[in-house]
Design a protein around this ligand. Structure first.
Ligand SMILES: [Zn+2]
Length: 507
């Protein structure tokens, strides 16, 4: 264990660091007075910017949550690491060699743990990419070729191949000087009875990177029937670097376009991200092995922050002639469960986010990758252009499940949509959607309003726990009313800590 980092080295790192660069990697900043920039605080949830940065002085402060400090403090909070690790991370970024005081008074150099884990992942990525042209990787090349991806496309997105066998990567990383502990800590190897072995074996791989392009982990797709892991896709387990609730595949490629266009498109898979970018939708990203959750929403909101109005819009997108549409978050879903998945998002994320949220589903439930194969790039672009506002989509999907030519179907539809409409926080929007749904179902407005009021009343009583999956759609809405059911295990907000965070925000 090395001792403290020498003070002069800490100051060297501070001098080399540009606070503006560091903060703007994750927060969209706009000028506000001489030498000051503001943006949405990355450490608490807010709709108007109270987070200010003064790069020349090297300080930042949030008037909303009271946090503030220097560049090291920023990195500590941002990465959830301690001071020493923050210095090491920045030293690594700006190529400054650190020296440590040790007991003998001598100094020594050692790379930080985090930097080593990134290096191990970068090295693994080089290895997987070098394997994609091997004889053994034919199945991976066929898979990618079958999805209309050329060799150049695969290189651009870093597609690779993890060979079959037990220790190909382990031996390669050992030859590059990585210890077994580092391989385990990087999520690249597992501990077996006879030593460590490769985590990814016989699979096509995609590198999952942060917004600055550093490889944090991998997603890997099954290729062989005799794969010992049944799951079609597996990901790096959570490590010091990789947290599945915070990573988005493609963010390194999409980030600058997301900021510029104030649009982000969220798709469901690695090949969908590739298909989107190749079709010209260069703002596409995907979650990795988990549903889109509150942490992802925070990352996205900070990037699409609508700086023309000084904040994320609260009233929904404006259509200004001659200008690009104001900020939009577009989800694409495929499969029959699209409506249900959208409903989960609709009531799990906060309302400012929802007013800019759209849903795009291809006619015959094609995912973006298949859509591009069958109908070409233009069809993919058109899918995104014609996305529907999230609430409209969820409500239409719920009504669509009933035959409203009959009174029983009409009543079923009313009972299905009332609890959905009742959860829209904005009262005027709630009224609008009640009227819209009433027209579609073909019933009197007062029938719908009565049901919405009743559902809202029930929600009101349990407001402090409105996000509880068990209670989300209410229990007393009638047998067979056909509300989307939420499986507790599939709910990204079932986690008590996340729910608390959401409740805190709702308060
Ligand atoms: Zn704050």
């Amino acid at each position: 264990m090395a001792g403290m980092i020498l003070k002069e080295d800490v100051e060297k790192v501070r001098a080399a660091t540009d606070l503006y660069d560091i903060v703007s990697a994750s927060v969209t900043l706009r000028p506000s007075g001489t030498g000051t920039f503001v943006g949405l605080c990355p450490f608490h949830d807010e709709k108007t910017p109270s987070f200010s940065v003064r790069p020349a002085l090297g300080v930042w402060h949030c008037f909303g949550c009271g946090l503030g400090g220097d560049v090291f403090g920023y990195v500590e909070h941002q990465e959830n690491i301690d001071f020493r690790e923050a210095v090491e991370l920045l030293a690594d970024k700006y190529h400054i060699e650190l020296h440590y005081e040790n007991s003998g008074g001598r100094t020594e150099h050692s790379g930080s743990k985090r930097a080593r884990l990134i290096e191990a992942n970068e090295e693994a990525q080089r290895f997987f990419m070098s394997q994609i042209m091997s004889k053994e990787a034919l199945a991976a090349r066929k898979l990618l070729g079958g999805r209309n991806f050329s060799r150049a496309d695969c290189e651009r997105f870093g597609c690779g191949y993890a060979p079959q066998g037990w220790d190909n990567l382990v031996r390669y990383l050992a030859s590059k000087g990585f210890t077994q502990q580092e391989m385990l800590d990087a999520g690249l190897a597992r501990q077996g009875q006879r030593g460590v072995y490769d985590y990814f074996r016989g699979r096509a791989t995609w590198p999952i990177r942060d917004s600055t392009g550093r490889t944090l982990g991998f997603g890997a797709r099954k290729l062989y029937d005799d794969d010992q892991i049944a799951a079609k896709y597996i990901n790096t387990p959570d490590t010091q670097l990789y947290r599945k609730t915070q990573v988005l595949y493609g963010i390194d490629l999409a980030k600058s376009s997301i900021v510029k266009k104030r649009q982000v498109v969220i798709v469901e898979g690695y090949t969908d991200v590739m298909a989107m970018h190749l079709a010209g939708i260069d703002t596409a990203v995907a979650t990795c092995g988990t549903a889109f959750g509150a942490e992802h929403a925070k990352i996205v909101r900070r990037l699409v922050a609508d700086d023309s109005l000084g904040a994320v819009q609260l009233v929904g997108p404006l259509n200004v002639p001659g200008q690009a549409l104001s900020s939009r978050i577009v989800f694409t879903f495929d499969g029959d469960a699209a409506g249900q998945k959208a409903a989960l998002h609709a009531f799990g994320l906060d309302s400012a986010f929802l007013s800019q949220t759209f849903v795009a589903v291809a006619d015959d439930n094609l995912d973006p990758c298949d859509l591009r194969i069958n109908r070409g790039d233009q069809a993919v672009r058109s899918l995104i252009e014609h996305a529907k506002p999230l609430y409209d989509f969820v409500i239409d999907a719920a009504i669509g499940r009933f035959d409203t030519t009959y009174a029983t179907g009409q009543m079923g539809a009313v009972k299905a949509v009332a609890p959905l409409i009742a959860q829209i926080r904005d009262r005027s929007q709630r009224d609008l959607y009640a009227r819209k749904a009433t027209r579609r179902i073909g019933v009197d407005l007062d029938i719908m309003q009565r049901e919405v009021r009743s559902a809202h009343g029930q929600l009101h009583v349990r407001d402090e726990d409105a996000y509880s999956p068990r209670r989300r759609f209410g229990a007393g809405n009638g047998e067979g009313a056909g509300q989307p059911r939420v499986e507790p295990g599939s709910n990204p907000y079932a986690n008590p800590a996340e729910r608390r965070a959401l409740e805190h925000r709702a308060a």
